[in-house]
Design a protein around this ligand. Structure first.
Ligand SMILES: [Zn+2]
Ligand SMILES: [Zn+2]
Length: 288
Protein backbone atom coordinates (compact mmCIF):
# COMPACT_ATOMS: atom_id res chain seq x y z
CA UNK A 1 0.00 0.00 0.00
CA UNK A 2 1.12 3.53 -0.79
CA UNK A 3 0.38 6.58 1.38
CA UNK A 4 1.61 9.88 -0.07
CA UNK A 5 0.02 12.35 2.35
CA UNK A 6 0.63 12.28 6.11
CA UNK A 7 1.32 14.64 9.00
CA UNK A 8 3.13 14.60 12.33
CA UNK A 9 3.27 16.94 15.35
CA UNK A 10 5.40 19.27 13.20
CA UNK A 11 2.13 20.51 11.64
CA UNK A 12 1.03 21.63 15.18
CA UNK A 13 -2.63 20.61 14.67
CA UNK A 14 -1.52 16.98 14.19
CA UNK A 15 -0.06 14.55 16.74
CA UNK A 16 2.62 11.84 16.74
CA UNK A 17 6.32 11.89 16.04
CA UNK A 18 7.84 10.82 12.73
CA UNK A 19 8.89 7.57 14.40
CA UNK A 20 5.37 6.91 15.72
CA UNK A 21 3.81 7.61 12.34
CA UNK A 22 6.26 5.30 10.58
CA UNK A 23 5.68 2.46 13.04
CA UNK A 24 1.90 2.83 12.70
CA UNK A 25 2.22 2.88 8.91
CA UNK A 26 4.24 -0.33 8.90
CA UNK A 27 1.60 -1.94 11.13
CA UNK A 28 -1.12 -0.75 8.72
CA UNK A 29 0.65 -2.40 5.78
CA UNK A 30 1.99 0.76 4.12
CA UNK A 31 5.04 0.02 1.95
CA UNK A 32 5.75 3.51 0.60
CA UNK A 33 5.11 6.42 2.97
CA UNK A 34 5.62 10.07 2.09
CA UNK A 35 5.60 12.38 5.09
CA UNK A 36 4.11 15.70 4.02
CA UNK A 37 3.88 18.09 6.94
CA UNK A 38 2.60 21.59 6.23
CA UNK A 39 5.41 23.75 4.87
CA UNK A 40 6.07 27.08 6.60
CA UNK A 41 3.55 29.70 5.51
CA UNK A 42 3.28 33.23 6.92
CA UNK A 43 -0.53 33.34 6.77
CA UNK A 44 -0.83 30.71 9.52
CA UNK A 45 2.29 30.12 11.59
CA UNK A 46 0.39 28.24 14.33
CA UNK A 47 -0.51 25.29 12.10
CA UNK A 48 2.60 24.87 10.02
CA UNK A 49 6.24 23.87 10.31
CA UNK A 50 8.38 26.83 11.25
CA UNK A 51 11.38 27.59 9.09
CA UNK A 52 13.67 26.90 12.05
CA UNK A 53 12.20 23.37 12.42
CA UNK A 54 12.77 22.18 8.86
CA UNK A 55 16.25 20.84 9.47
CA UNK A 56 15.05 18.75 12.42
CA UNK A 57 12.03 17.56 10.43
CA UNK A 58 14.18 16.22 7.61
CA UNK A 59 16.69 14.76 10.10
CA UNK A 60 13.84 12.84 11.81
CA UNK A 61 12.75 11.47 8.43
CA UNK A 62 16.32 10.44 7.60
CA UNK A 63 16.68 8.68 10.94
CA UNK A 64 13.44 6.75 10.40
CA UNK A 65 14.54 5.89 6.88
CA UNK A 66 17.64 4.19 8.26
CA UNK A 67 15.95 2.60 11.27
CA UNK A 68 13.15 0.96 9.26
CA UNK A 69 15.08 0.16 6.10
CA UNK A 70 13.73 -3.00 4.48
CA UNK A 71 10.35 -2.62 6.21
CA UNK A 72 9.03 0.52 4.52
CA UNK A 73 10.20 3.10 2.01
CA UNK A 74 10.04 6.61 3.48
CA UNK A 75 9.99 9.71 1.29
CA UNK A 76 10.50 13.39 2.08
CA UNK A 77 7.55 15.60 1.30
CA UNK A 78 5.89 18.87 2.20
CA UNK A 79 2.34 20.12 1.72
CA UNK A 80 2.50 23.73 0.51
CA UNK A 81 -0.21 26.37 0.71
CA UNK A 82 -1.15 27.92 -2.57
CA UNK A 83 -2.46 31.48 -2.58
CA UNK A 84 -2.05 34.08 -5.32
CA UNK A 85 1.22 35.86 -4.63
CA UNK A 86 2.78 32.97 -2.67
CA UNK A 87 4.82 31.58 -5.58
CA UNK A 88 8.08 33.29 -4.67
CA UNK A 89 7.80 32.09 -1.06
CA UNK A 90 7.10 28.48 -2.07
CA UNK A 91 9.68 28.47 -4.87
CA UNK A 92 12.37 29.54 -2.44
CA UNK A 93 11.45 26.78 0.04
CA UNK A 94 11.44 24.16 -2.70
CA UNK A 95 14.82 25.32 -4.00
CA UNK A 96 16.33 25.16 -0.51
CA UNK A 97 15.28 21.59 0.38
CA UNK A 98 15.74 18.30 -1.38
CA UNK A 99 12.24 16.92 -1.63
CA UNK A 100 10.78 13.74 -3.02
CA UNK A 101 7.28 15.16 -3.29
CA UNK A 102 5.67 18.60 -3.23
CA UNK A 103 1.91 18.84 -2.72
CA UNK A 104 0.16 22.13 -3.42
CA UNK A 105 -3.14 22.67 -1.58
CA UNK A 106 -5.65 25.47 -1.32
CA UNK A 107 -6.60 25.90 2.35
CA UNK A 108 -7.18 29.66 2.55
CA UNK A 109 -9.15 31.69 0.05
CA UNK A 110 -9.39 35.47 -0.05
CA UNK A 111 -12.86 36.57 -1.05
CA UNK A 112 -13.19 40.32 -1.71
CA UNK A 113 -14.90 42.14 1.16
CA UNK A 114 -15.03 39.10 3.46
CA UNK A 115 -12.87 37.55 6.14
CA UNK A 116 -10.59 34.90 4.65
CA UNK A 117 -12.40 31.60 4.01
CA UNK A 118 -10.82 28.39 5.26
CA UNK A 119 -11.86 25.35 3.22
CA UNK A 120 -13.17 23.58 6.35
CA UNK A 121 -15.73 26.35 7.00
CA UNK A 122 -18.44 24.23 5.41
CA UNK A 123 -21.39 26.67 5.40
CA UNK A 124 -19.32 29.22 3.44
CA UNK A 125 -18.26 26.90 0.59
CA UNK A 126 -21.36 27.05 -1.61
CA UNK A 127 -21.30 30.87 -2.03
CA UNK A 128 -20.73 32.03 -5.64
CA UNK A 129 -18.06 34.53 -4.64
CA UNK A 130 -16.14 31.83 -2.80
CA UNK A 131 -16.41 29.33 -5.66
CA UNK A 132 -15.20 31.94 -8.15
CA UNK A 133 -12.08 32.59 -6.08
CA UNK A 134 -11.50 28.96 -5.15
CA UNK A 135 -11.43 27.76 -8.75
CA UNK A 136 -9.34 30.74 -9.86
CA UNK A 137 -6.82 29.82 -7.16
CA UNK A 138 -6.92 26.16 -8.16
CA UNK A 139 -6.12 27.15 -11.73
CA UNK A 140 -3.24 29.28 -10.47
CA UNK A 141 -1.94 26.34 -8.46
CA UNK A 142 -2.10 23.98 -11.42
CA UNK A 143 -0.32 26.45 -13.67
CA UNK A 144 2.42 27.72 -11.35
CA UNK A 145 4.65 24.75 -12.13
CA UNK A 146 5.87 24.30 -8.55
CA UNK A 147 3.98 21.22 -7.40
CA UNK A 148 3.83 17.52 -8.28
CA UNK A 149 0.23 17.05 -7.15
CA UNK A 150 -2.73 19.06 -5.97
CA UNK A 151 -3.95 18.03 -2.51
CA UNK A 152 -7.64 17.35 -1.88
CA UNK A 153 -8.78 19.61 -4.77
CA UNK A 154 -12.32 18.29 -4.33
CA UNK A 155 -12.54 18.78 -0.54
CA UNK A 156 -15.25 21.40 -1.06
CA UNK A 157 -17.62 18.53 -1.80
CA UNK A 158 -18.06 18.61 1.98
CA UNK A 159 -20.29 21.63 1.49
CA UNK A 160 -21.09 21.88 -2.24
CA UNK A 161 -23.19 19.52 -4.42
CA UNK A 162 -21.17 17.43 -6.87
CA UNK A 163 -22.82 18.75 -10.06
CA UNK A 164 -21.70 22.30 -9.20
CA UNK A 165 -18.16 21.13 -8.44
CA UNK A 166 -18.02 19.15 -11.71
CA UNK A 167 -19.17 22.13 -13.77
CA UNK A 168 -16.50 24.31 -12.19
CA UNK A 169 -13.81 21.64 -12.73
CA UNK A 170 -14.54 21.16 -16.42
CA UNK A 171 -12.28 23.99 -17.74
CA UNK A 172 -9.41 22.78 -15.54
CA UNK A 173 -9.42 19.18 -16.80
CA UNK A 174 -6.82 19.76 -19.56
CA UNK A 175 -4.33 20.86 -16.88
CA UNK A 176 -4.36 17.30 -15.52
CA UNK A 177 -3.66 15.70 -18.91
CA UNK A 178 -0.58 13.54 -19.42
CA UNK A 179 2.44 14.87 -17.61
CA UNK A 180 0.45 17.54 -15.81
CA UNK A 181 -0.07 17.96 -12.10
CA UNK A 182 -1.26 14.76 -10.42
CA UNK A 183 -4.69 14.67 -8.82
CA UNK A 184 -4.69 13.47 -5.24
CA UNK A 185 -7.27 10.92 -4.14
CA UNK A 186 -7.48 11.90 -0.49
CA UNK A 187 -8.91 9.20 1.77
CA UNK A 188 -9.67 11.55 4.67
CA UNK A 189 -13.04 12.31 3.06
CA UNK A 190 -14.31 9.12 4.68
CA UNK A 191 -13.47 10.45 8.16
CA UNK A 192 -14.67 14.04 7.64
CA UNK A 193 -18.15 15.47 8.15
CA UNK A 194 -20.17 16.98 5.31
CA UNK A 195 -23.34 18.98 4.87
CA UNK A 196 -26.39 16.98 3.97
CA UNK A 197 -27.90 18.26 0.70
CA UNK A 198 -31.33 19.77 1.32
CA UNK A 199 -31.16 20.14 5.10
CA UNK A 200 -27.63 21.58 5.35
CA UNK A 201 -27.17 19.49 8.50
CA UNK A 202 -23.60 18.44 9.30
CA UNK A 203 -23.41 14.65 9.07
CA UNK A 204 -20.63 12.16 9.73
CA UNK A 205 -19.73 8.83 8.17
CA UNK A 206 -20.54 9.84 4.60
CA UNK A 207 -17.92 9.86 1.86
CA UNK A 208 -17.90 13.39 0.46
CA UNK A 209 -14.60 13.33 -1.51
CA UNK A 210 -12.82 12.18 -3.68
CA UNK A 211 -15.39 12.92 -6.36
CA UNK A 212 -16.63 9.78 -8.05
CA UNK A 213 -18.02 11.91 -10.88
CA UNK A 214 -14.70 13.56 -11.58
CA UNK A 215 -12.59 10.41 -11.60
CA UNK A 216 -13.68 9.00 -15.00
CA UNK A 217 -13.21 12.45 -16.61
CA UNK A 218 -9.66 12.60 -15.29
CA UNK A 219 -8.90 9.00 -16.27
CA UNK A 220 -10.09 9.76 -19.80
CA UNK A 221 -7.49 12.52 -20.05
CA UNK A 222 -4.67 10.34 -18.78
CA UNK A 223 -4.32 12.12 -15.46
CA UNK A 224 -1.95 10.78 -12.82
CA UNK A 225 -3.34 10.05 -9.37
CA UNK A 226 -1.62 10.05 -6.00
CA UNK A 227 -3.25 8.58 -2.89
CA UNK A 228 -3.01 9.67 0.72
CA UNK A 229 -4.61 9.10 4.09
CA UNK A 230 -3.88 12.71 5.14
CA UNK A 231 -3.40 11.20 8.61
CA UNK A 232 -3.01 13.77 11.37
CA UNK A 233 -2.61 11.05 14.00
CA UNK A 234 -0.60 7.79 13.81
CA UNK A 235 -3.88 5.97 14.48
CA UNK A 236 -5.02 7.06 10.99
CA UNK A 237 -1.87 5.85 9.20
CA UNK A 238 -2.92 4.42 5.84
CA UNK A 239 -6.57 4.80 6.85
CA UNK A 240 -9.20 4.41 4.16
CA UNK A 241 -6.81 3.99 1.23
CA UNK A 242 -7.54 0.32 0.51
CA UNK A 243 -11.27 0.88 0.83
CA UNK A 244 -11.13 3.97 -1.39
CA UNK A 245 -9.15 2.24 -4.15
CA UNK A 246 -11.54 -0.70 -4.10
CA UNK A 247 -14.43 1.69 -4.74
CA UNK A 248 -12.62 3.69 -7.42
CA UNK A 249 -11.21 0.82 -9.46
CA UNK A 250 -14.62 -0.03 -11.03
CA UNK A 251 -14.84 3.63 -12.14
CA UNK A 252 -11.76 3.22 -14.33
CA UNK A 253 -8.82 3.83 -12.01
CA UNK A 254 -5.96 1.65 -13.26
CA UNK A 255 -2.77 3.04 -11.76
CA UNK A 256 -1.63 5.26 -8.96
CA UNK A 257 1.59 7.21 -8.67
CA UNK A 258 4.01 8.39 -6.05
CA UNK A 259 6.99 10.73 -6.40
CA UNK A 260 10.60 10.11 -5.64
CA UNK A 261 13.18 12.90 -6.11
CA UNK A 262 10.30 14.84 -7.73
CA UNK A 263 9.93 12.17 -10.41
CA UNK A 264 6.68 10.30 -10.90
CA UNK A 265 6.58 6.55 -10.37
CA UNK A 266 3.47 4.83 -11.76
CA UNK A 267 2.23 1.64 -10.14
CA UNK A 268 -0.52 -0.43 -11.82
CA UNK A 269 -3.28 -1.29 -9.35
CA UNK A 270 -3.34 -4.96 -10.32
CA UNK A 271 0.33 -5.16 -9.39
CA UNK A 272 -0.44 -3.69 -5.96
CA UNK A 273 -2.79 -6.58 -5.36
CA UNK A 274 0.02 -9.13 -5.66
CA UNK A 275 2.17 -10.04 -2.66
CA UNK A 276 5.33 -9.84 -4.76
CA UNK A 277 4.83 -6.10 -5.14
CA UNK A 278 5.60 -5.34 -1.48
CA UNK A 279 9.32 -6.01 -1.76
CA UNK A 280 9.57 -4.12 -5.05
CA UNK A 281 7.95 -1.07 -3.51
CA UNK A 282 10.07 -1.08 -0.37
CA UNK A 283 13.30 -1.41 -2.33
CA UNK A 284 12.46 1.12 -5.00
CA UNK A 285 9.95 0.20 -7.63
CA UNK A 286 10.71 1.03 -11.27
CA UNK A 287 7.78 1.71 -13.61
CA UNK A 288 7.55 -0.77 -16.48
ZN1 LIG B 1 -4.40 19.95 3.24
ZN1 LIG C 1 -2.67 17.41 4.70
Amino acid sequence: MIDSHSHTFYSKHAVGTVDELVRASIAAGVKVLTITDHAPFPVDTHNRLLDAELERYFADIEQARQRYQGQIRILRGLEFDYMPGADAWNRELIARHELDFAIGSVHYVEVPGEPMVKVWELPRLAAQAFLDRYFADLEGLLQCGLFDAVGHADTLLRGVPEDIVLRRFEPLLPLFADGGVAFELNASGIRKSSLEPGTGREVHGQWSYPSRGLLPLLVERGAAFTVGSDAHDPRDAGAGIGEMLEQLQPLGLRRISYYEARRRVDVPLDLLATTASAEHLINGYVSP
